[in-house]
Design a protein around this ligand. Structure first.
Ligand SMILES: [Zn+2]
Length: 256
C-alpha cells in the first residue's frame, strides 16, 4: 500500500484545510470543505483532482464549499448519518463503527458527540491518521454546542484509545490560546511547559501547529487528563469524578 500524500493549508481565518491524495489511483479527498478558493489553490498547486469530501459535522465553516466543489468535480461527499439533513450534497451516510475504503486505505468512523450531536472523526488505521475536526484540538477540545461534558469526555476517551503515534489533524489553529489556557490548569506539567514554549516560537514564525499526535496530547492536553493527580490537586477536586473534573476544565475554558 502506497503512502498517502497530504497537504495542509489555511482556510477562512483559522480553519485548516487538508487534502489527502493516493498517488497510485489519483484519488483525492478534502477533509471538510471550509472555503472553496484555498482548496482549489491547493489542488492546482499539487496537480490533484478532487474525488471525495469527508464531512465531519454540519457547521458552516466545515461545509461551506461542499456544493461548489461537488458541482465542479463531481466529488462524492461522505458524512455523519446523524446530521445527514444538515450536510449539503451528502452522498453517503456513515456512523459509529463503519469502515469504508479510500483508494485501498481503510477509513474507520468514530461518532464523537459533544461539539455537535452527530460529529464524526475519520481514522485511517494503516496510515495512522486521525481527522478529529472540532472534537480534539492541540491542547484543547471543541466547545459543547450540542452535547454535555459527559458526552465529550466519552468521545475524547474513544480517540485516546488510538495508538500514541497516530498523527492528529484538527479543525482550527486555536493552539496558542489553548496553550496559554492549559498552563492555568496544569502548570506543574514539565512536558506541557516545554510544549507551550515550542508553540509560542512556532506561531511567532507563522508555522501551523497541526498535526499533533495522540501521545503528545495524552501527555499535555488538560482535557485528556482529568484523572491526573496534579490537575486535581491544582483544582481542589481530588475526590471528584473524571466527568466532573472534565466539566470544570471545559467551563473554565469557556470563560478564559
Ligand atoms: Zn464546528
Amino acid at each position: 500500500m502506497a503512502t498517502l500524500d497530504l497537504d495542509l493549508f489555511q482556510c477562512r481565518t483559522d480553519n485548516f484545510g487538508v487534502l489527502i491524495h493516493d498517488p497510485a489511483s489519483g484519488a483525492t479527498a478534502s477533509i471538510d470543505a471550509p472555503e472553496e478558493a484555498p482548496i482549489l489553490d491547493a489542488l492546482a498547486r499539487r496537480g490533484w483532482t478532487l474525488t471525495h469530501i469527508f464531512t465531519t459535522h454540519h457547521h458552516q465553516d466545515h461545509v461551506a464549499a461542499n456544493l461548489a466543489l461537488k458541482d465542479r468535480f463531481g466529488a462524492t461527499i461522505i458524512g455523519p448519518v446523524h446530521e445527514a439533513d444538515k450536510i449539503p450534497g451528502l452522498d453517503r451516510k456513515v456512523g459509529d463503527g463503519d469502515q469504508f475504503d479510500f483508494a485501498g486505505h481503510p477509513v474507520n468512523v468514530f461518532e464523537t458527540p459533544g461539539h455537535t450531536a452527530g460529529h464524526i472523526c475519520f481514522f485511517l488505521p494503516q496510515d495512522k491518521l486521525l481527522f478529529a475536526a472540532d472534537t480534539l484540538f492541540a491542547l484543547g477540545c471543541g466547545r459543547l454546542f450540542e452535547g454535555t461534558p459527559a458526552d465529550m469526555w466519552a468521545s475524547l476517551r474513544k480517540l485516546m484509545s488510538l495508538p500514541d503515534d497516530t498523527a492528529v489533524y484538527f479543525g482550527h489553529e486555536y493552539t496558542l490560546t489553548n496553550a496559554r489556557f492549559s498552563l492555568t490548569i496544569d502548570p506543574a506539567n514539565a512536558a506541557l511547559v516545554q510544549r507551550v514554549a515550542d508553540i509560542e516560537a512556532l506561531r511567532a514564525s507563522g508555522g501551523f501547529t497541526a498535526p499533533t499526535t495522540i501521545g503528545v496530547e495524552r501527555q499535555t492536553n488538560p482535557f485528556l487528563r482529568p484523572h491526573d493527580a496534579g490537575i486535581r490537586a491544582h483544582l481542589g477536586m481530588q475526590a471528584a469524578t473524571d466527568d466532573e473534573v472534565f466539566a470544570e476544565i471545559r467551563k473554565r475554558k469557556d470563560h478564559f
